[in-house]
Design a protein around this ligand. Structure first.
Ligand SMILES: Cc1ncc(COP(=O)(O)O)c(C=O)c1O
Length: 401
């Protein structure tokens, strides 16, 4: 008989009862270092006192009123985002996929209003992941995620990631814009070259396209800049944000320049929950913490040291890992053994991580992590690698005898 909870996840048999900082604890008292952060979400760690207080206080006042009324908490968070990014205006929603849907709608609407109703197609990249709605599985283009869900939503074209050769040829009179992750997370922590990012920006300027960055995973400090595109010294026209901005409370946002945002007039788009007082109070708390003097620098320094430590893990892993990927606190270790086996061994040692495509183990700890925490996690990674290889050698010996 089917479980009451639908079986669309292969869940690990772990249920956490309490979190504290980078730690999670099960009901039977087992403690884990959380280098998965709920898939790059818990930016301030678990049970962060300020975030807990903010949410409790706001819940005690008013949680939801709808967008039929002014929501001062969403105005405050929008102001904070506008003051600290390329954006002139912000629209809130509830998740990454929804933010990306909104981003595509804004790109199309702006082309339409500018006299180009024929420009509807969005250029995307092989290996992209933009979420699981019908349009976003089409934007991602991963056959496994499209299978069995009927006609693929029209309007998304795909070309190789990090390759400028095919870029210009892929642009047609119907192309409206480009959407790209500065680091492809889901498909294996693949970092876009700065040169590639700059080429995308130049091509958008040349052909009158809108450039959209999906910073759902890379944003809100994760890579050591507030947003990852800052590493390339370019700005998009529109950007999707989710995951880390709520620190664990569901919140998404679409940030845009005035040129794009001005077409989102009353009635053009809407959401019941998006930008509600509770979510935005949480978002403002997270953003305020991340914007504290020194916090982004802390992420950059810790992330860079973590990268070096992970190189050392590769060298001491008996060949289980062969390379380090990513930037800041968004890291991947490419595995030579099946990543599922590696993850099991790592969890056995008390470290939580996440798998990604291309046989990569993804390490995306809370942004409050220290270098000492990173060192401890790296020791666990080495121990896990040794446990895996010792087990393998012993099994081989047993077979030989
Ligand atoms: C880059 C990127 N975009 C979009 C999404 C989808 O976000 P959500 O699961 O909140 O819909 C994800 C989730 O992993 C992501 O990594």
């Amino acid at each position: 008989m089917i479980a009451s909870l639908m079986p669309n996840y292969n869940r690990a048999d772990l249920a956490f009862e309490q979190g504290q900082g980078i730690w999670l604890q099960t009901a039977d008292g087992r403690r884990f270092m959380d280098f998965g952060a709920g898939i790059a979400v818990s930016s301030l760690g678990h049970a962060h006192p300020k975030l807990v207080r903010t949410i409790a206080e706001q819940a005690g006042k008013v949680m939801h009123v709808s967008n039929l009324y002014r929501v001062p908490q969403s105005e405050e968070l929008a102001d904070l985002l506008v003051q600290n990014t390329f954006a002139d205006s912000v629209l809130f929603c509830n998740s990454g996929a929804e933010a990306n849907e909104g981003m595509v709608k804004m790109i199309r609407r702006a082309q339409y209003e500018n006299g180009h109703p024929e420009r509807t197609r969005i250029l995307c990249f092989d290996g992209a992941f933009h979420g699981r709605t019908l349009a976003m599985i089409a934007a991602g283009g991963n056959p496994a995620y499209l299978k069995g869900f009927g006609p693929v939503v029209e309007g998304f074209d795909h070309i190789p990631f990090n390759n400028t050769n095919t870029l210009r040829d892929a642009i047609t009179p119907e192309t409206a814009g480009i959407i790209v992750e500065p680091i492809q997370g889901e498909s294996g922590i693949k970092t876009a070259d700065i040169h590639f990012m700059k080429a995308l920006s130049a091509v958008c300027d040349e052909f009158g396209l809108y450039l959209g960055f999906d910073e759902v995973q890379t944003g809100v400090g994760r890579t050591g800049k507030l947003f990852a595109h800052e590493w390339a010294g370019i700005t998009p026209d529109v950007m999707s944000v989710a995951k880390g901005i709520g620190g664990g409370f569901p919140l998404g946002a679409i940030l845009a320049t005035e040129e794009v945002a001005k077409h989102m007039t009353p009635g053009s788009h809407g959401t019941t929950f998006g930008g509600n007082p509770l979510a935005c109070a949480a978002g403002t708390c997270v953003m305020t913490e991340i914007l504290q003097p020194g916090f982004i620098e802390h992420i950059e320094t810790t992330g860079s040291a973590f990268g070096t430590m992970l190189e050392n893990v590769v060298h001491n892993s008996n060949g289980v890992f062969d390379s380090v990927r990513g930037l800041g606190l968004m890291r991947g270790l490419h595995c030579t053994l099946p990543v599922g086996d590696v993850l099991n061994a790592v969890v056995q040692q008390g470290l939580l991580a996440v798998t990604a495509g291309d046989n990569v183990l993804r390490l995306v700890p809370p942004l409050i992590v220290t270098q000492a925490d990173c060192r401890a996690a790296c020791d666990l990674l080495i121990t896990a690698a040794h446990a895996l290889t010792t087990h393998k050698t012993e099994t081989k010996k047993d077979c030989a005898s």
